[in-house]
Unconditional design. Sequence first.
Length: 439
Amino acid sequence: MIEDQAALEAFCQRAASATFLTVDTEFVREKTYYPLLCLVQVASDDEAVAIDPLAPDMDLSPLFALMTETSMPKVFHAAGQDLEIFANLAGTLPSPLFDTQIAAMVCGFGDQVGYERLARSLAGAELDKTARYTDWSRRPLTDTQINYALGDVTHLRTVFIELTNRLERDGRVGWVEEEMAAVANLSRYQPDVQDAWRRLKPRGDKPQFLNVLVSVAAWRELEAQSRDVPRNRIIRDDTVMEIAASAPKTAADLGGVRGYSDNAARGKQGQAILAAVEEGLAKPRDAAPKLKKRKPLSDSAAQGAALLRVLLKARSENADVAQRIVANAEGAQESRCRLSRLHHRDPWLLRSGLGETWHHPGGARGAGTVLRSSVALADCLGLPASVPNALRSAEAGRALRLGIRNRLFGCCRDHVGFPHIHGGCAVRDRTWRPVLRRA
């Protein structure tokens, strides 16, 4: 346990020559806006330490400098909250970065696999759970608590080595590097307060409501930051929504909002909220954010989406990679698809959420082309280029979906991973057998 400045500086000097560092943090944030860093665990090739940032006169600058040393990767598991802490305290992120949770997804361990499972599977370690719910801000820490915390970085060394070996063997190192580029974006952990309204997920789309919501949510975010208290300690989420909907102009109006008291409405906070409401009302209608609306799918489109989810699952399992790596949620929200990288000689198409477009990776060249669903399904099955134009009718779409269903669940069960149709044998509708016949 490092509790003085000299010991921290000495460790950082020794660790600077390591081939890699495994890192974890312990923190609490139930009573604060920003997470309160209570412990930092770091392990090099042959040493593991727990650093106490709450020790008197402790300056973490040597540690922050070590984290930006480019000669060795900094290894985390599920790094998001840890990186938020470094972004807040140091204004920088550890670099270069390696997240074993993402690497495990690339290696076929499933979505968001836990550290405990990886430690058991790759390091043969059973973690002691007795200190899992520790209040890390309390001092002194017991030996059991410290050993528990160190286990989060000591076993991580073996996990990192094993995952790296698998990535190199399978030629997937680049996949993880691509994912890390997004995770290591500093702006991700320093969001704009003007975007604070997004986490409330409003359903109303009236410009006045949205303009007021943006202003009130931004005021609350700044207030929570300045006081370092949770957002809901300022005003609750549902109260923010009620204020935006009613747009009160006086303290009496504000006091009538459900969830807000008359006394608070007449105080300084009430005046600040009314000022934020006034600011929102003064904005032009076209300044309101535009909410993305998804049109409901037709029955046939819904069936196609369901079939493609099966195809995605089958292909991902066959390639031993998590589905989220191939088609992640962020891409769906942005109405964009991830490029397929599972096999350069087997081009295929992936669904991005439940929208109306598809992305075709274009085989070995990786040239992206946005296609309609009939084209996507046809190419997914390896049909000739002339087929998509002939598949625009409802009957054609039905025949193609039937063909996919037969290939997935019928006579060719041993070829679930994007089979090709030969001779139209998978389609029962005789009218469309010639159209679907492979050229």
